[in-house]
Design a protein around this ligand. Structure first.
Ligand code: MG
Length: 391
């Protein structure tokens, strides 16, 4: 069965009171819209996705809408929600059997809720997620005087997702012109005479309308996962560096000044350990390399402390949502003997990246006297890094 998802993200979030539309604010390290999109891309029931964006963002759609495991089409949102949905529906595949519509402002939608809503729509024609009320419900007049107490068992609070067999949604949208401003698609379907089933919603599937809602969602999300594999993207990076040994230079490896008759030549402090590790973490994130971020033609990096470059590298991958899981380093040096300095290097590297020392390994090797490294003309460093991002 072909199920297309429409994510309505065309709103400006006027009620939120920030200069940036709320769906682009971060929640637990990921933009709110990305969380909503990820939920549908990862759902085993969803075939493809259409996202309605504010018109001024069409030309600069965020990266997470590109190159995903399922096709994502982007369409211009309209003035009202139902206009955004109509624009998106026009782009839905002709092969779609079911269309499921979701608000980007509900980023905590679960795979189970998507599955149950789609299944109910297949059965009934249309279905929405909704929560039963627990409070007593009153109806009031313009003066806030109670007119009526409503039967609580018959009252439900509508959420999204809302799913429809494609013919039902087409009919509902075609008749929408007659309804001034429906706040959801279920209302259009009801008014068009279709049966719409209520599916048990999820209290965690909150709608982020105000800054307080965002704070509540942050509590629900909890701290970013660092070791969970499900829902985590793991990436490996590889780094290599080699510097010549020369007289009159200090030998600095992993931020440790090592007493020796020669040191490494270079524009910065020539700390090949820091350089290889920085390249490894940048490489894992696909974020370029040390030469791109800290060019040796730039006087700012002359004699630079390479631990600071490593910290900057960790910040660069952090901005892309990644954190360092572990790093393993091999230093190939004929001399000096590195064993006494290994733990200090590990501690420096770990501190620079903001991780625990046990995440960092440093090993020393000689080159068995072979080649330029074996002759003591240079030192080479190899590093691999595992980095992780939730989703
Ligand atoms: Mg270097």
């Amino acid at each position: 069965m072909h199920v297309s998802a429409i994510i309505a993200a065309g709103g400006r979030g006027a009620r939120f009171g920030r200069d940036r539309a709320k769906q682009f604010l971060r929640l637990g390290g990921r933009p709110i819209l990305q969380r909503a999109v990820d939920a549908f891309v990862l759902s085993d029931r969803i075939t493809d996705v259409v996202v309605a964006l504010p018109s001024d963002l069409l030309g600069s759609a965020p990266d997470y809408l590109r190159g995903r495991s399922k096709p994502i089409a982007i369409v211009e949102g309209g003035a009202r929600r139902q206009d955004s949905v109509a624009n998106a529906f026009a782009l839905v595949s002709g092969r779609a059997d079911v269309v499921v519509i979701h608000d980007a402002a509900r980023p905590l939608v679960s795979a189970d809720l998507i599955r149950r809503t789609v299944a109910a729509a297949v059965e009934c024609g249309a279905a929405i997620a909704a929560l039963p009320v627990t409070d007593t419900v009153k109806r009031g007049d313009a003066d806030r005087i109670i007119v009526d107490t409503l039967p609580r068992g018959e009252i439900f609070l509508a959420q999204t997702p809302q799913a429809f067999r494609v013919g039902v949604l087409r009919d509902a949208l075609a008749r929408a012109a007659g309804f001034a401003d429906a706040t959801d698609e279920a209302a259009l379907a009801e008014r068009a005479g279709h049966r719409v089933r209520l599916v048990e919603g999820d209290p965690r599937n909150i709608k982020i309308t105000t800054p307080d809602d965002l704070a509540t969602a942050e509590r629900l999300v909890g701290p970013p996962a660092r070791s969970r594999v499900e829902g985590t993207t793991l990436r490996i990076g590889n780094g290599y560096d080699l510097h010549r040994l020369a007289a009159g230079r200090r030998l600095i490896l992993g931020g440790v000044v090592i007493p020796f008759e020669k040191g490494l030549e270079g524009h910065s402090d020539a700390d090949a350990v820091c350089h290889a590790v920085t390249d490894a973490i940048l490489g894992g994130a696909g974020a370029g390399d040390i030469g791109r971020h800290f060019p040796d033609t730039d006087a700012a990096w002359k004699d630079a402390d390479s631990l600071a470059l490593l910290t900057r590298g960790a910040q660069i991958i952090g901005a892309a949502g990644f954190s360092v899981v572990n790093v393993d380093v091999v230093v190939v040096a004929q001399r000096p003997r590195l064993v006494p300095y290994i733990d200090a290097m590990r501690a420096n590297l770990a501190r620079a990246m903001g991780v625990a020392t046990d995440r960092v390994s440093v090993k020393g090797k000689t080159n068995e006297g072979v080649g330029a490294i074996g002759a003591g003309e240079s030192i080479a460093v190899h590093a691999v890094a595992l980095i992780a991002r939730s989703i």
